[in-house]
Design a protein around this ligand. Structure first.
Ligand code: SF4
Ligand code: SF4
Length: 304
């Protein structure tokens, strides 16, 4: 059975990547299971998608703990404990990182037990085309497993994205096929993992809490403003930037609508974004009546 785990951030199309790859496997004659996992958070939060594919019926369920391929859309996730990119990575797991940093550097940093490849950002997708990341990653994964013909990938992508219109489909398809072709020399490097037996079963890593009386068990707030301590700015892939020349200083709109309360107002009445906590949901940009909040890919912003 192939067990593939996608990692990305909300907004990068990782759920779609799982669907495209799952459909492509199906069209290539496999039984398939695909499921995303994400929390209540929105754009920018770490997100997972799992794909299992086998020639026989799949009885395994749940999250994938021992992946054959880990495909990561965004290399900033590697250092994020909540993303768990390296969880369960063991020989012969293949690690595919979407990154403009060379694979040799990542191998030195992570010393993975198996093959590590990078999908160079500059060659396959530019920062401005983050919305194509999911399809691109699906194309790359389809090539690495080596059992999905190009035609199956193309048909799967067309079917999965049909509702988005022909232009979006063609743009995504071009990226996916480009990644598929780019990784030709590694076709088949991902191999099927063994069947798991009952002895291999690992209990979920949760904590059993004994039932207590309400005065003990009810949630207790021990200190105010603890969310301050969580740097949700690390989740951001796109950055809202206020264009002061267009801003009308009606700051109650953007500052009120920001779900994280990260927009303050300076002495002149202009909005000021706290980038340590802004998670890049872009509610502010879409609700600004003056279109004064521009959207900039985080890599570009960091470069500038
Ligand atoms: S809503 Fe737009 S125009 Fe109004 S203060 Fe915010 S950025 Fe400026
Ligand atoms: S500042 Fe804008 S992008 Fe950042 S969290 Fe608030 S609404 Fe979302």
């Amino acid at each position: 059975m192939y067990r593939i785990r996608f990692h990305g951030r909300g907004g990068q199309g990782i759920k779609t990547a799982g669907r495209i790859l799952g459909s492509a496997f199906f069209l290539a004659g496999f039984e398939v299971q695909d499921a995303p996992r994400y929390g209540a958070e929105r754009r920018g939060a770490p997100l997972f998608a799992y794909v299992r594919a086998d020639r026989r019926p799949i009885w395994e369920r749940g999250i994938i703990r021992r992946p054959d391929l880990v495909a990561v859309a965004d290399d900033t996730l590697v250092s994020l404990p909540a993303a768990g990119v390296l969880a369960g990575v063991a020989p012969p797991t293949v690690l595919l990182l979407g990154s403009s940093t060379p694979a040799a550097v990542w191998r030195e940093r992570l010393r993975p037990p198996g093959l590590l490849l990078t999908l160079p950002l500059g060659e396959v997708w530019e920062p401005a085309t983050l919305r194509f990341v999911g399809a691109t990653l699906a194309g790359a994964a389809a090539r690495l497993v080596g059992v999905i013909p190009r035609e199956a990938l193309e048909r799967a992508l067309r079917e999965e994205l049909a509702g988005l219109g022909p232009e979006v489909v063609e743009e995504n398809l071009a990226r996916a096929l480009s990644a598929y072709d780019l990784l030709a020399e590694h076709a088949g490097c991902v191999t099927e993992g063994p069947e798991l037996t009952a002895e291999d079963y690992e209990r979920p890593h949760w904590v059993d809490l004994a039932p207590e009386e309400a005065d003990l068990a009810a949630p207790a707030i021990h200190a105010p403003a603890t969310s301050e301590a969580v740097p949700t700015g690390l989740w951001r892939t796109l950055r809202p930037v206020v264009d002061r020349s267009r801003c009308r200083r009606c700051a109650w709109i953007c500052s009120t609508l920001c779900p994280d309360g990260t927009i303050g107002v300076d002495a002149q009445g202009f909005p000021v974004i706290d980038y340590r906590h802004c998670k890049g949901c872009l509610v502010c940009a879409s609700s600004c009546p003056a279109h004064a909040i521009q959207v900039m890919p985080e890599r570009q912003a960091a470069g500038e």
